[in-house]
Write a protein that binds this ligand. Structure first.
Ligand SMILES: [Zn+2]
Length: 230
């Protein structure tokens, strides 16, 4: 009998998918901490490789400085390099990656090469009107960068930071028309990805419109399921 491959059974490659404003980043950090596995994002990986002057970083740097998108093959090499490190041997939580169908398929091949089982993909489902409210309602203190929301977390005095009285501003990215375009772009790009994972039986959807603690519970509800589920 072949020995049981502990990594394949125990290590979990967890992927969070969801639109901007769905709270994936916050949840990924929290869940990774509780699982004691690294929280990975391609942005952090790029910054780390550039900062350390690795071979990949040296190739990526001029591309980033031009403001261009870093090509997939470079991102994928960085991902493989990262998840092959010992601290990821028990699994990891990926947030914001993959973004396209091609990346998802390539990631599956990487996971296989690195002896991980199929990923657990959790889709954060939130209605567009709630995302609009979360994103377009956001205001940031010009002084201390504290974040408010005119609907959900208004300051005591309109337009002023509770902490230092600084002016609260809306970032360009959070203007309603920009948010609408960001969400549309996300939906266009991500739908095929969601369909792909669903067709592979790897997708779990959670209601991410609920409060922070309830969403964390949903995530752990999914992670608590046996891996060989139908
Ligand atoms: Zn402030």
């Amino acid at each position: 009998m072949a020995p049981l491959d502990a990594k394949k059974v125990l290590a979990r490659a967890v992927i969070f998918l969801g639109p901007p404003g769905a709270g994936k980043g916050t949840q990924a950090k929290l869940v990774a901490e509780k699982l004691r596995v690294p929280h990975l994002s391609t942005g952090d990986m790029l910054r780390e490789n550039v900062g350390k002057g690795t071979e990949l970083g040296r190739v990526a740097k001029p591309v980033m400085e031009r403001g261009d998108l870093v090509p997939d093959d470079l991102i994928l090499r960085m991902v493989e390099d990262r998840i092959a490190r010992p601290d990821a041997a028990n699994g990891f939580v990926f947030d914001g990656f993959p973004r396209t169908l091609a990346q998802a398929e390539a990631l599956n091949r990487i996971l296989e090469r690195q002896d991980f089982g199929p990923p657990v993909v959790i889709f954060f489902r939130v209605a567009d009107d709630i995302l609009m409210r979360r994103l377009a309602g956001r205001r940031v203190c010009r002084v201390c960068s504290e974040i408010y929301n005119v609907y959900d977390r208004p300051p005591k005095v309109e337009g002023r930071c509770d902490l230092d009285g600084g002016e609260l501003i809306q970032r360009d990215d959070d203007r309603a028309e920009v948010v609408r375009e960001r969400l549309a772009a996300y939906n266009r790009q991500t739908k095929p990805l969601v369909e792909y994972y669903r067709s592979q039986g790897m997708l779990d959807e959670i209601d991410a419109a609920a409060g922070m603690a309830a969403v964390t519970d949903s995530v752990f509800g999914v992670l608590g399921q046996p891996k060989g589920r139908a």
